[in-house]
Design a protein around this ligand. Structure first.
Ligand code: COA
Length: 317
């Protein structure tokens, strides 16, 4: 398969580190040096569904296809205010689609996992043109009285349209069952028979542990993809990595190799937008004409689970 259109959308409200310091015990110097984040966009007047529709419409328009030519909608979302129906059902009509769809939750690794599914569906002949939409509002599951998680995240949506082609070369998915490093538990209704009622609580994160696992596992996935395809980091033009922390990206780069310029970032502007982070960055790079036909690209992401994934492209236009 190949990507023929991308789109992205972030909320209109920009919140800087200094803005956060007005109500949290934090400061710009700490956040910038420890994470690389300078600002993030937070949902205020819009809702996640508006962002999702905006990003999807932009991707379809860039693809040159009509909405009725999209024959599957794959949505990646960790949580939104609807447990059911899925986000794909909620936005399908507003995007002007009539095709079937599916929601996946593989946390921040959702985009690369969705690429694997799209590739399999296209190869199996189940669909010709697929829209992947990653729409995330992680700021809605942080505890805003605490500084540990709330400074890291931002809201956003990124979308890509895929069709038949030979650009997508390989993918590697990893899952290590370990809930405790990062989780968000929702409270559910209780029944007269319930014996294990769990009250919901905001996102819980073991930052240091997660940092180390992220660097190690992401680097392992990338190295596996490189080795399997008889490539070295010198052969790769771009490493588009999940934007969780600039120091994590640096950690991965030190293992894999290559100059900083090959590891672009948008985390300064958007923080961690979960599974939307890679498609947002890809959209910005394509619109700035940074990616050319023939470029070899590695994408790699990780998140709650612990899950991680990497894939290889040789860009086709
Ligand atoms: N502002 C100011 N100080 C803060 C702070 C904040 N927002 N958050 C923590 N601190 C303080 C701590 O309280 C601690 O103070 P102490 O030394 O007095 O005890 C100090 O800064 C160092 O904290 P520590 O947790 O050791 O920092 P760190 O270098 O590990 O960075 C993270 C913290 C969260 C930025 C880092 O661990 C990380 O990025 N982890 C991965 C998170 C992630 O990617 N999550 C999403 C995955 S998809």
């Amino acid at each position: 398969m190949k990507i023929i259109g991308t789109g992205s959308a972030v909320p209109s409200l920009t919140v800087t580190n200094d803005d956060l310091a007005t109500f949290l015990d934090t400061n710009d110097a700490w956040i910038t040096t420890r994470t690389g984040i300078q600002a993030r966009h937070l949902l205020s007047s819009e809702d996640l569904y508006d962002l999702a529709v905006d990003a999807a419409n932009k991707a379809i328009s860039a693809s040159g296809l009509r909405p009725d030519q999209i024959d599957f909608l794959l949505v990646s979302n960790v949580a939104n205010r609807h447990i059911t129906p899925g986000l794909s059902c909620i936005v399908q009509k507003r995007i002007g689609l009539s095709c079937a769809g599916l929601d996946i939750n593989v946390a921040c690794a959702g985009f690369v996992n969705a690429l694997m599914l799209a590739d399999s569906m296209i190869k199996a002949g189940h669909a010709k043109n697929i829209l992947i939409l990653c729409a995330e509002e992680p700021t809605k599951y942080c505890n805003w009285n605490e500084r540990d998680c709330s400074v890291l995240f931002g809201d956003g949506a990124g979308a890509v349209v895929l069709t038949e082609g030979g650009a997508f070369k390989d993918v590697k998915l990893t899952m290590i069952s370990d809930r405790d490093v990062l989780y968000y538990e929702r409270g559910m209704e209780t029944t007269p028979f319930e014996q294990h009622y769990v009250k919901g609580q905001p996102l819980v994160m073991k930052g240091k542990e997660l940092f180390k696992t992220a660097v190690t596992e992401s680097a392992k996935d990338i190295q596996n993809v490189l080795d399997y395809n008889h490539l070295t980091s010198d052969d790769i033009d771009w490493f588009l990595l999940h934007q969780a922390n600039k120091r994590i990206i640096e950690g991965i780069r030190h293992i894999i190799g290559g100059p900083e310029e090959k590891y672009p970032t948008v985390i300064e502007k958007y923080g961690n937008t979960s599974s939307a982070s890679i498609p947002i960055m890809l959209d910005e790079m394509l619109r700035a004409n940074k990616i050319k036909a023939g470029d070899k690209i590695i994408m790699s992401a990780f998140g709650a689970g612990f899950v991680s994934a990497a894939c290889l492209w040789e860009w086709e236009v």
